[in-house]
Write a protein that binds this ligand. Structure first.
Ligand SMILES: [Zn+2]
Length: 425
């Protein structure tokens, strides 16, 4: 198709807007999704592509928040609106599952467990013209991290030519997972009615998806949020074997620290220490798992996060551990909006039953994991020498608020003495 033809098609589409609440849009012919059904053929594919709207059986669209960029691309005339992906050779580098958890509509409500293997499972349906897209992709990679080179230099890690190459690269399996929400299951998890959840989702997105309120028959939503990524060290399918030692870090995105090395928090040190331990466990015959969730600034966003930093540092008496959580709540309305209730789904996707070493000091994460039926043996916090100077405010505040620690906890009067750097320093 030429660029001109694409552009013409675009205008044709734009002039014929049919609201999703319109009676003609209620397609009774689309393949139903029977969430939790153990046979993937009977479960049915999740169809959230925009081409051939009559086949859609889900609300929302693929690629999470990037769906908006796709729209811009189509508007500009760069992207053919009727594009169907050619999935040849895209299949997963490792077969994951199926695990018992996949058949339980309560334990997996935010991931489509079959979403990584649609190329094989729904081969005929795709061949017959249905536009079915994977929501999970599995590939192989190598990591090159300065912290890992440093751990090798200090003798904490040793290259083995397999998990860690002679030049210090770490071999991993990378799994990208798009959120696919089964609304009745999410409602149950959050202890609200499905109707109430749908109404609030509709309102809080500025009415982005009318089907949330007009199509109660559609139970699956692909929300416009970031995806998650799992980095697996060692054999992916060993994650499901409770007798194999598992070291795990469930990490929430922090662009400032993770990418740019900003020293106000401990996020990157936690992440890289988690990777170090995960690689080491895999070298010893176990398996490592590091999960990265796109939940910037405790899922409040980076703008809110930076406002809080300023408010913390400008308050009377300076930035102190004593007022750490109070300032977040004043600006954001809530201390933390991460809702760890959905986080364990990714662990259940891999069939995890037991975590031998959990790298986290967060009780919210720990409670969510244990509450979902996964056993946790040891909780690991990072060594003191890995904590950046300005991050001591966060560390001491968290420990005093009941976050897990192996070390001493400061009492309220001492917390005032844990001070962060001033804005002008
Ligand atoms: Zn951080």
């Amino acid at each position: 198709m030429t660029k001109e033809e694409i552009k013409n098609m675009k205008f044709e589409r734009a002039s014929h807007v049919v609201l999703t609440s319109h009676i003609n849009q209620i397609f009774k012919e689309s393949i139903p999704v029977n969430w939790g059904e153990k046979d993937p053929k009977k479960r049915g594919p999740v169809i959230a592509t925009i081409s051939e709207k009559e086949n859609r059986n889900a609300i929302g669209s693929h690629s999470g928040s990037y769906t908006v960029y796709r729209a811009l691309s189509i508007a500009k005339g760069d992207f053919p609106a009727d594009h169907k992906p050619d999935l040849e050779n895209t299949h997963a580098t490792s077969m994951i599952g199926p695990h018992d958890s996949w058949k339980n509509s309560d334990s997996l409500v935010s991931i489509d467990p079959w979403g990584g293997h649609v190329q094989d499972i729904f081969k005929e349906e795709i061949k017959s013209g249905l536009n079915i897209k994977p929501t999970i992709a599995v590939t192989q990679a190598r990591l090159q991290l300065p912290e890992i080179y440093d751990a090798i230099e200090k003798g904490r890690l040793k290259p083995d030519g397999k998990i860690i190459t002679e030049n210090g690269d770490v071999a991993v399996t990378k799994v990208a997972l798009e959120p696919v929400w089964y609304l009745p299951g999410i409602a149950k998890r959050l202890k609200v009615s499905e109707g109430e959840l749908r109404k609030i989702l509709f309102n809080e997105t500025g009415g982005m998806f009318p089907e949330l309120v007009t199509r109660p028959d559609l139970k699956v939503l692909l929300p416009p949020i970031g995806s998650s990524t799992a980095y697996v060290f060692g054999d992916v399918n060993k994650l499901a074997d409770p007798s194999v030692e598992l070291s795990c870090r469930v990490h929430d995105e922090c662009n400032g620290s993770d990418v740019f090395g900003s020293d106000i928090c401990t996020c990157r040190p936690y992440l890289t220490y988690g990777i170090e331990h995960a690689a080491k466990t895999a070298q010893n015959g176990g398996v490592g798992l590091v999960v990265y969730f796109r939940k910037e600034g405790r899922a409040l966003g980076e703008v809110t996060k930076f406002l809080v930093y300023n408010a913390r540092k400008r308050q009377e008496g300076g930035d102190s551990a004593a007022n750490y959580f109070k300032r977040t709540e004043c600006v954001a309305g809530v201390e933390d909006a991460r809702f760890q209730e959905l986080m364990p789904d990714i662990l259940h996707y891999f069939g995890v039953k037991k975590i031998h070493n959990l790298h986290s000091m967060s009780n919210m994460k720990y409670d969510a994991i244990v509450g979902s039926g996964i056993e946790v043996v040891n909780r690991i916090s990072i060594p003191d020498e890995l904590i950046p100077g300005d991050a001591n405010v966060e560390m001491e505040a968290k420990k005093a608020a009941g976050y897990y620690t192996e070390g001493d906890i400061k009492d309220t009067s001492d917390l005032k003495d844990v001070q962060g750097r001033k804005l002008e320093e």
